[in-house]
Each structure stands twice: as structure tokens, then as C-alpha cells.
Design a protein around this ligand. Sequence first.
Ligand code: SF4
Ligand code: SF4
Length: 272
Amino acid sequence: MNVEPPPPPKRAKGFFTDTSLCIGCKACEVACKQWNQLPADGFKMTGNSYDNTGTLGATTWRHVQFIEQAKANGSRQDQRWLMMSDVCKHCANAACLEACPTGALIRTEYGTVYVQQDICNGCGFCVPACPFGVIDRAPKHGQFEAGTAHKCTLCYDRLKDDLTPACAKSCPTASIQFGDVEELQERARRRLGELRARGETKAELYGMPEGKEAAEVGPLHAFFLLLDKPQTYNLPEVPRLPRKTMAERYGWSAAVGAGFALVAALVFGGRR
Ligand code: SF4
Ligand code: SF4
């Protein structure tokens, strides 16, 4: 059999999303859908500010969140609007890839995580494994084969041609920055210093090698500068890898089973 060798590794590529620059225009969502030929989500009023997309999904690989914040004292001057373009994090230790039994999910030569559509059998193991709720199975009657898993490819096809991913290319404010991960990390640290010096005391980076969120999933190839706690943006404070929580969960199951056995012994044993 003639097996093609894997391409040689290249410098790791990724996204630095600086949410302090996002204006919520959704050009990134549209460019992603256009380049990847993903169907529209339909125009729905979610009742959640200007967010009519709702969530990342099989046919939505970028999602711009709108978070309206008001201070408890009700002061109009203290109100603010946080916006953040969310995406697959292309984790260094990717739970989706670990859970995939067919080898459909692979690490590319750019260090990103990619789903090979011709190998995915639609088992869906990757979906609950992802600690960020990113990867999703295609709807039954969509353009994709029913049930197969989909997510951001970091525009793998564009990377092969030395092109910038469509979302970063279209972002008018450079909120989404694309490049070599190590350079982007340095840029992010400098930007955080600038913002803190300007009084943005709650600003923090999410997904950096030194962050506590990298403890299990490793540094994220798509990382963020946030203006508030990760939970505000629906990001887990410390994302967990399923394989790391298995011992804990088996322990709980054993404890609950032992508890039931004890109760049964007390109830039925006492009737004799
Ligand atoms: S964010 Fe989820 S889907 Fe993306 S690489 Fe990490 S585990 Fe996989
Ligand atoms: S294109 Fe840039 S500014 Fe517009 S919503 Fe996306 S990240 Fe924000």
C-alpha cells in the first residue's frame, strides 16, 4: 500500500483574540461562513442582546458574544458592553482528539486540530469530551454527512497557501490576530501590560502557557485577552480533560453504590 507520509512540522500557528478591540461587527462570523461555505443560521432574536447566533456549532465556527454589564449601583456611566469572538481553542492537549476512536481528529503540521471528514464515523465521542463545548455533530439534513463532527479548521486550506484565516483577514479592528503562536503570546503579554497601565485592572489573558487554565488542556492555540473573569465569557476557569476526571468519577460512583448497598442492608436486614 502506498501511504503518503505526514507533512513535516511547521511553526505553530494560532489566533490571539484581543476582546478589548472587538466592536461586535460580526465580519468574522460572516467571513468564516463564506470561506467555509457554511449555511446561514437563520435570523432569530435570541433576546440576548445583539447575539442572534447563540453558540458555536457544526455550522457556526465563529461566534461573537455580546455581554451587557451594569454595576450594582445602577450608574449609567458604569455600564459597559463586552464583545468577544469565540472559536475552537486548538488545545495543545485536545480532549476531542483524545476521545476520537477512529483517528479522524488529527494534529496538523501547524499544531492545530483538524477533523478529517472522510474518516469521521459520527460516533460523537468528541462532543462531550471538549471542555469548551465547541465541536458539534452536523444536523441530519445539513450539507454535511449526517452526524459527522465539525469545528473551526483554522482555515487549514488557506494556511497551505500561506493565506491568513478568513476571520482574522476580515476583522477591521485587529481584534483577531493570526500568526506564530510564540510571537502572538509575546504580543499578548505586552498588550496586557498596556491595558493594565491604562487602568483596566480586571484585564487578563486566557489560554497562555503560564495560566492556570492551561493546567490540563495545555496552552491554547487560540487564546484571548479578556476584560473580566473567564466565567463572564462562558469560559471555564480551569478546563478539565475527561481522562483526568475519570478516577474522581469512578470514586464517586463506587461511593454512591456503597451507600445504596448500606441503606438496602439496613432496610431489608432490619425486617428479618
Ligand atoms: S476547543 Fe474543544 S474542539 Fe477545539 S481543540 Fe480543544 S477540545 Fe477540541
Ligand atoms: S470582525 Fe473583529 S471587530 Fe468584528 S466582531 Fe469579529 S472580532 Fe469583533
